[in-house]
Design a protein around this ligand. Structure first.
Ligand code: SF4
Length: 158
């Protein structure tokens, strides 16, 4: 399961497949990470530096975090894509092909001027979350999406 949790300034990503429940996050920010709540991560329950610090303690890579930089991520099912906006300007997208019960991610791209801000990862996570909620099988043909969704990633800062 892939989920992202967004407040005005940051996005926290969580990949349940990587989480081995070391609970470092819970100890680091118990008001934010609470297994007894749904959703179990509340990114409005502590100051951002505290959340960031707790995320950095995750030993598995299940948690990661980026600043939003004022960029909004929307999802448009009729267009089969998630879309990044800076104000009214579209600056990135993650596109998929929908067929039967499968969504195939075919492209992820962000305007070069916005690189290095984690926007592409936010776009991929948004499509992934929506697919999982609809119980669609996800096939990442796009090489970037495949890297984000691989069991272990390296540099996901695009
Ligand atoms: S610190 Fe990481 S591995 Fe441990 S419970 Fe939290 S998310 Fe899972």
């Amino acid at each position: 399961m892939h989920r992202s949790y967004v407040n005005d300034d940051i996005t926290v990503f969580w990949d349940s497949d990587r989480c081995f429940h070391a609970k470092k996050c819970i100890h680091g920010a118990p008001s934010v990470f609470d297994r007894n709540k749904r959703p179990w991560i509340d990114v409005n329950a502590a100051p951002n530096p505290r959340i960031w610090q707790a995320v950095s303690q995750c030993p598995s890579g299940a948690l990661s975090c980026v600043y939003n930089h004022g960029i909004r991520i929307d999802f448009n099912e009729s267009e089969c894509r998630s879309i990044a906006y800076d104000g009214d300007a579209e600056i990135g997208e993650c596109c998929y092909r929908a067929a039967d019960d499968t969504w195939t991610i075919v492209h992820t791209g962000v305007s070069p001027a916005y690189g290095g801000k984690g926007i592409a990862k936010r776009l991929v996570f948004r499509v992934t979350e929506e697919a999982e909620r609809r119980k669609k099988q996800l096939v990442p043909v796009c090489s970037y999406a495949a890297k984000v969704l691989a069991p272990r990633d390296s540099d996901m800062s695009n």
